[in-house]
Design a protein around this ligand. Structure first.
Ligand SMILES: Nc1nc2c(c(=O)[nH]1)N[C@H]1C(S)=C(S)[C@@H](COP(=O)(O)O)O[C@H]1N2
Ligand SMILES: [Mo]
Length: 408
C-alpha cells in the first residue's frame, strides 16, 4: 500500500484542480433527475419497439426466442394507427436529447473520475467498474442509435441485436446506479442545495474559480441545448411546420413527398419483377396457388384510409392509402379465420424481403394490401405494384413490392 503516495500527483487528481463553483451534489442531482426521466422514456419505448417487431412470429425474430430476455412480448395491436409513430418518434427524439444531457451530467461529476487515492478496496473498485459500465453502455447505446438513425453503419455487427442487448446492460447499470445514489439524491432534495455538506461534498471544489456562469446558467444552457435537439428532431414525426426544422431526419426532411426507406434501385427491383407479368401469389392451405394480377386486385372491393408509415429510425408520415383488405385476401385464399400471414417481396434479397403478421394485423379493418397512395398508383420506390399498410405497424413490416402471401 505504501506504493501509493498519500499526496495526489499534480494534475486533475489534486483537490482544487477542478474549480467550477457550480459543481455540487445538488447540481448533479438536478441534472441526473432530468436525465433519468429521458432514460425511462427511451428505455420503455425501446422495449415497446422490440415488441412491435413481433419476435414471437417466426421469421421476425432477430434474436432467437430462447435468448430473448424480453419479459413483455405481447401481440402488437393494430390501433390506434399513430401508436408506433408516437412510441418510436419519442424513442428517437428523447434518445437524441440524451446526448447533451449526458454530456452535462459527465461534466458535473468529472472530478470523481480522478479522485485520490485510486480505488484499491474491492468495494471501491467495484463501484468504479459499475460506473465504467454505466458510461460505457450509455455511450454505446447513443452511438449505435444515432448512427442507425443517420443510416451510417460503420460497425460489423447487427444493429438490432447489439442495441437490444446493450439496452439491457444499460438499464441494469442505471438501476444499480440509481439505487446506490438514491440516499445522496434524497439528501440533496431534502436540504435543497448549497447547505448540503459544504465541507464534505466531494463535488464541491475547495478552490473555486471566479464565477463565469451561475448554476442557473448551466441548467439554462442544458435546457437550451436539449430543447434545440428536440426542436430539430421532433418534426420528422410530429410533422407540420416543425418538419422543416427536422435537421436530423436523413430521409427527405422538408420535402412534400414522403420519405423512401429503400429505393427500388437499391432493392434491385427490375421492371421484369413488377411489370405486366407480375402476379400476387396467394398460397392456399392445400398447397395450391391463386395468382392475381393487379387488375384482378383492382376489381376487388377497394378501401381508402389515412395511415402513417412509421420507421424505426423515428420518422413517420401520414398518407392516404387505397387497396384491398388483407382479410378479403385471406378469404380469397380460402381461409376464413387466418391467424398469420407470411409476406414475401419479389425483391431478390435483403433483410426486409419478408415478414410475418399476426391476427390483429390481418383482421384490422384498415389492414391493406395497398395499390395506390394519394389517389395515384404507388410509385416504384413506394412499392408498386402492391405493398402492406396496417395501422400501428412499424414501417419495417410494411413490405413493398409484395409477390406472395401465405395465410395460415
Ligand atoms: N421489400 C421491402 N419492403 C420494405 C423495405 C425494404 O427494404 N424492402 N423497407 C421497409 C422499411 S424499414 C420501411 S420504414 C418502409 C418505408 O416505406 P417507404 O419507403 O414507402 O416510405 O418500407 C418497408 N418495406
Ligand atoms: Mo424502417
Amino acid at each position: 500500500m505504501g506504493l501509493i503516495p498519500e499526496e495526489p500527483p499534480p494534475g486533475p487528481a489534486r483537490p482544487g484542480f477542478w474549480r467550477s463553483p457550480v459543481r455540487s451534489t445538488w447540481t448533479t442531482t438536478l441534472i441526473g433527475s432530468v436525465l433519468l426521466v429521458a432514460i425511462v422514456i427511451v428505455a420503455s419505448t425501446g422495449f415497446i419497439s422490440h415488441a412491435a417487431y413481433q419476435p414471437d412470429l417466426g421469421r421476425n425474430a432477430l434474436i432467437p426466442r430462447e435468448k430473448d430476455l424480453q419479459l413483455l412480448v405481447f401481440s402488437w395491436p393494430s390501433g390506434p394507427s399513430w401508436l408506433y409513430a408516437l412510441t418510436q418518434g419519442a424513442h428517437v427524439t428523447f434518445g437524441l436529447m440524451m446526448v447533451p444531457l449526458l454530456l452535462f451530467k459527465l461534466w458535473s461529476v468529472i472530478p470523481l473520475l480522478f479522485s485520490w487515492p485510486p480505488p484499491l478496496k474491492p468495494g471501491e473498485a467495484l463501484g468504479k467498474l459499475a460506473n465504467l459500465l454505466l458510461v460505457g453502455s450509455a455511450t454505446f447505446q447513443l452511438a449505435t442509435g444515432l448512427t442507425n438513425a443517420q443510416l451510417f453503419y460503420p460497425w460489423h455487427f447487427n444493429f438490432v441485436v447489439a442495441h437490444y442487448y446493450g439496452a439491457w446492460l444499460f438499464v441494469a447499470s442505471v438501476m444499480l446506479h440509481v439505487a446506490t445514489q438514491l440516499p445522496k439524491m434524497r439528501a440533496a432534495y431534502r436540504t435543497r442545495a448549497d447547505v448540503l455538506g459544504m465541507a464534505d461534498d466531494p463535488l464541491r471544489t475547495p478552490n473555486p474559480g471566479t464565477t463565469t456562469i451561475s448554476r442557473r446558467g448551466v441548467l439554462g444552457l442544458m435546457g437550451a441545448s436539449t430543447g434545440a435537439v428536440m426542436l430539430t428532431t421532433v418534426g420528422q414525426s410530429a410533422g407540420g411546420p416543425l418538419r422543416e426544422l427536422a435537421l436530423f431526419a436523413p430521409r427527405g426532411a422538408g420535402s412534400d413527398d414522403f420519405p423512401v426507406n429503400k429505393t427500388a434501385k437499391v432493392a434491385r427491383i427490375t421492371q421484369q419483377l413488377v411489370g405486366d407479368a407480375w402476379r400476387l401469389q396467394l398460397a392456399t392451405p392445400d398447397g395450391d396457388v391463386v395468382a392475381l394480377s393487379r387488375e384482378d386486385l383492382l376489381v376487388m372491393p377497394q378501401h381508402t384510409y389515412d395511415l402513417p408509415i412509421a420507421c424505426v429510425e423515428g420518422w413517420s408520415s401520414v398518407q392516404t392509402w387505397t387497396g384491398v383488405r388483407l382479410l378479403d385476401l385471406a378469404v380469397r385464399a380460402g381461409i376464413d379465420d387466418a391467424e398469420q400471414v407470411h409476406v414475401v417481396s419479389v425483391q431478390p434479397a435483403g433483410a426486409f424481403k419478408q415478414t410475418t403478421l399476426g391476427r390483429a394485423q390481418i383482421h384490422a379493418e384498415r389492414g391493406l394490401l395497398a395499390l395506390k397512395v394519394n389517389g395515384a398508383d404507388l410509385s416504384l420506390d413506394h412499392g408498386f405494384p402492391a405493398r402492406i399498410i396496417v395501422p400501428a405497424l412499424p414501417g419495417v413490416h410494411c413490405t413493398k413490392w409484395v409477390g406472395r402471401l401465405e395465410f395460415a
